[in-house]
Ligand binder design. Sequence first.
Ligand SMILES: [Zn+2]
Ligand SMILES: [Zn+2]
Length: 178
Amino acid sequence: MKFKERLAGYRQSMEHKHGWGVELDCPACGYRGVPVYRGWSPGYAMGFGNKPTIYAILECPRCARDLEPEASSRLVELFSDVSIPRANRRLLACFFLVSALLVVAAILIFALTRSILGIMPLLFLAPMLALIPVFNRRVAAIRQSCECGSPYYIFMGMLGRAYCFRCSNCGRLLKLRD
Ligand SMILES: [Zn+2]
Ligand SMILES: [Zn+2]
């Protein structure tokens, strides 16, 4: 496979289908229902802890009020108690273990040689960076299955650094970290 095709394939597997699909209450007019989805805007906020980030542009179908604050608190409500799937946790642990081993190996080489080989730690960064897409792709692969048999995950936003998805076929919630 050519590099370009691979890159396109990687991007596709990482792509999120933005959306919402869950009921919200409008504080202005009292409407309760699924808001109007008006596309999404990129956000570059780096979330910490349980801080929600909503990318979807959501509007009240009755009075057109922006429902971003309501969506934020709803996201926290829905996903706070959802745990990261075991397959995802294993991947994270594996990635950290490999990183730690590389760092230890680099330090050892530096300590033992105390020479030009001290540049070795930098060389260890490259394989680690090369592993990130592989790792992210394997995390993304978790989204390709659901208990209902026909997974269709909608990306609802982020809780801290976790990606929050909902299968629009069965309503299953999925939280992933990469
Ligand atoms: Zn309203
Ligand atoms: Zn499902």
